[in-house]
Structures are given as C-alpha cells and as structure tokens.
Write a protein that binds this ligand. Sequence first.
Ligand code: SF4
Length: 288
Amino acid sequence: MKKKGSLELIEEPIPSEIFFGRGVAKLGEGVLSFSRKLGLPEDGGTCPGATTAPGGCLAPAEVTRLFDGKVFWVKRVCYPVRGHTAIWQKKGLYNGNIGPDVESPVKLRNALDKAMIKVKKYPGSAVLLRHGVEGDFDSVKYIRSWVQVLRWRRRTVFWAYSRSWVIPALRGALEELRALPNVQVFASMDMALWNAGRLPPGWFRLPSGEVKPVPGAWRVAMMGPVPWEVHNRATQCPETRLVGDPRKVPTCESCTYCFAKETRDSKSWLWFPLHWVILITVGTTLFL
Ligand code: SF4
C-alpha cells in the first residue's frame, strides 16, 4: 500500500519544465495534481496568503517530547513543509511550475494534455485535477492562465484550497476562476486568520459570534482546530478520519465532496485536522 498522503511522479520531471503529479493514497489513482513551490513569495514560494502566526500554515511545528526525549509528536498545519515532497522542493522540481511558463495558457494547456494521457487515454478527456497540494495562486496572470485553460478543457474538473483570497489584488481573478462551472475553489482558513478576525469572502460574524454566509459566499476549508463558533458547520474530510481498516478510507476520487456539482453550494466548513507525525530519533537533535 502506498504511503498515506503520498504522490507519485508521472515521470521523472526535468526541473524547469511544467509538470503534474498523480495522486495516490489521498487523491486516488486517476487524479492529477499540480503543485508549486510552497512558502511566502519573499522566500521564493507561491503562497502570498500564508500565515506564520501561531495556528498558521507556516507557523513552527508544535513538538511534544515523549519517552525519554527519543520520541516526538509533531503537529503542523501545512503538511508538505516537512513531508516527503520537501525533497521534491529541494531538488527544484517545482521550478518549472512558476514564472512565465505557467502564465502562458497555451504552454499550461499543452502540459496538461500531456499529463492527461498518463491517467486517461487522450487529451481533452474528463480528468480530475487538484491544484496546490502545495503552493498556491500568486499572480493575476497565473490565475487567468488557468481560467483560459479550464475554458478550453471544460471536461477537466479542477479544485483548489487557496489562501490567496486574503490578497485583495488577486481576488477578482480568483472570482473569475471560481465562477467556472468545472471549478471549485475553497477559501483556506486557519486559526491564525481566525484569531486575526479574518473571515473568508462572503462570510460575516453575528454579535453572538456565530458566522453566516451571504449568497455566493466561498466554500471554506479549515486547517487545524475548528473554533467553537463554527463547530456546527464543520464537516470533517472523511479521508482524515481514523478508521480501523485503511482499505475503508476513501480517496478524493471516491468521495467527490470537494468537486461534485451537488455540493457546490455547501456552506459546511470542510475540516482538515492538524497533520501529525510521530518521529523517533536515535540522537538528541530534531531538525524542524
Ligand atoms: S472531503 Fe473528500 S474530496 Fe474533499 S479532500 Fe476530503 S476526501 Fe478529498
């Protein structure tokens, strides 16, 4: 069985070329993924809305020492930061998914067509595509590039969880993307934003503290703990539930909640609990 959360390279990518991955354990065999360099733009990343305050996606990991300091219980919001795909980041494999290449709709579409053949039989066939397993939308040009590609490839079902809604200059282009019938974009939230009083587009707070949507409000994906004010709205991603039999854990492909037409107007806050990992060390130093 493939490692939980693992992704598979479709082919050994050449750094500086646009490349897609194929989701395995979480997404499902038939799902393409498109990732980018994670991190703040000033660090060379593509996540202008990333948060570094406590509870934020790039906040330092919470580490608890257990058993004589040899075992560590590590929790953090953005799982790829220290995950196996960090190696991909280090190898520069995402260098092709930034800059002018992906801001060209023609180049992006050609790369998508090539990747589609690996999961389906011919370019233009129906395919599921998850954007931003890591990385995010960082420019209007880049977002509009996807808008154009997804107009050309209407049978591609595209979904994303984006923190870029916090950047006013990107909001208009994100609304264009979100309005496409084959696209669903969730507003990614975390406790750092909640504690700073930020709410996703189309959501407002009642004097009681409860949050409500106006028509057209964004779907929301909450990473980490859920504040009590939205507890009644929270729907936990079934893939993150601990179940006895790993074969019963759904994949995105079988679950479909995030991209199905029927759930498009759902006003539940999709909840992804903190990612955690247990590390056992033989030395005394843990590099996080
Ligand atoms: S809710 Fe379903 S489709 Fe969405 S991330 Fe979880 S498993 Fe995937």
